[in-house]
Design a protein around this ligand. Structure first.
Ligand code: CP
Length: 324
């Protein structure tokens, strides 16, 4: 792999999942691979899981890690070309990204969407400029439209917990929230599950109220319904997540009652396991009784963020070594 920004960067998702599971059983076998290599983690937005799991993954591989909350600790960045920088921005992304590439062998970047201009967010302008100017491999720590480290951890979690004879039924279920949230996590989960479905690993359904349709580029082959109970029938995994409207971009639209998952709703599932990327708002997005009960996989899933990140960094480090 030369970079990790979406499922499209991965040659074989099944193999990457197996690599992550192998690392979980033997975390320190590759300490020499990262010796004298530096990972830079650049955040424009808050993080708990992504920051700590990626940092720990790099440490397990023998790497040094530098973290910068560039929105608070760096100079205000200009991203547009051809502007006279006589306003609030102090440094152009051309120089900033290139300089970071001088100090780091691999860079991770988190940059959320603004949820104002859909084209601007879906063009991934900031991410693409950062990649083209930094000159080193980039790992997405969540972009405007995708969160691939999360999705890999999700697929690892499903793969290692599934004991059934046939492939599991996986449901992405929209959930309520008070704030407009990005589509990055559901886009990415859907993109990975559609790929896994193509490879015979899962059956994939998306359930959401009308008006919350995701961009079709991320849902090829998914079964899509507006009826949550219908989607939950026989489900083995339910991936709960809120997202704001893509069509009516960044808006929270009215929705019918009954979209928060409860133990009662889970009765029609196949003893379904419940997943969420976290952070989660209890009893708004997901009920406490589900989060604290035997159906919940959320802590296990968050733990797998480490092995997903380690598998990706290992692959990128191996590519760097083979380029020499
Ligand atoms: N799931 C996830 O990415 O968590 P953080 O935002 O805390 O990193």
């Amino acid at each position: 792999m030369k970079q990790f920004t979406s499922v499209k960067d991965v040659d074989a998702i099944g193999q990457l999942v197996q690599d992550a599971i192998a690392l979980k059983n033997n975390p320190y076998a590759d300490q020499q691979l990262g010796k004298n290599k530096t990972l830079g983690l650049i955040f424009l937005n808050p993080s708990l899981r992504t920051r700590l799991s990626t940092q720990k993954a790099a440490i397990n591989l023998g790497m040094s890690v530098m973290v910068m909350n560039i929105d608070k600790e760096g100079w205000a960045l200009e991203t547009q070309d051809g502007v006279v920088m006589n306003g609030g921005t102090v440094e152009h992304i051309r120089e900033a990204a290139a300089v970071m590439g001088q100090y780091c062998d691999i860079l991770g970047l988190r940059s959320f969407p603004k949820l104002v201009n859909r084209d601007e967010d879906y063009n991934e302008d900031f991410f693409n400029k950062f990649i083209s100017y930094c000159g080193v491999p980039v790992v997405s720590l969540e972009s405007a439209t995708r969160h691939p480290l999360q999705s890999l951890a999700d697929l690892v979690t499903i793969t290692e917990t599934w004991k059934g004879a046939t492939k599991p039924k996986v449901v992405l279920a929209w959930a309520p929230h008070i704030k407009p949230l990005p589509q990055a996590v559901p886009n990415s989960f859907s993109e990975w599950m559609c790929k896994a479905q193509e490879e015979g690993m899962v059956d994939f359904t998306i359930a959401h109220p009308e008006g919350y349709e995701l961009n079709e580029d991320f849902t090829p082959g998914a079964n899509i319904t507006h009826n949550l109970d219908e989607a939950l029938a026989g489900a083995d995994y339910i991936y709960v997540k809120n997202w704001s409207s893509y069509q009516n971009y960044g808006k929270v639209l009215p929705y019918p009652e009954g979209w928060m998952l409860t133990n009662d709703k889970l009765k029609v599932t196949n003893n379904g396991k419940v997943m969420h990327c976290l952070p989660v708002r209890r009893d708004l997005e997901l009920s406490s009784e589900v989060l604290d009960g035997p159906h919940s996989l959320v802590i296990h899933e968050a733990g797998n963020r480490l092995w997903a990140a380690q598998a990706v960094l290992k692959d990128l480090l191996q590519s760097l070594s083979s380029d020499k």
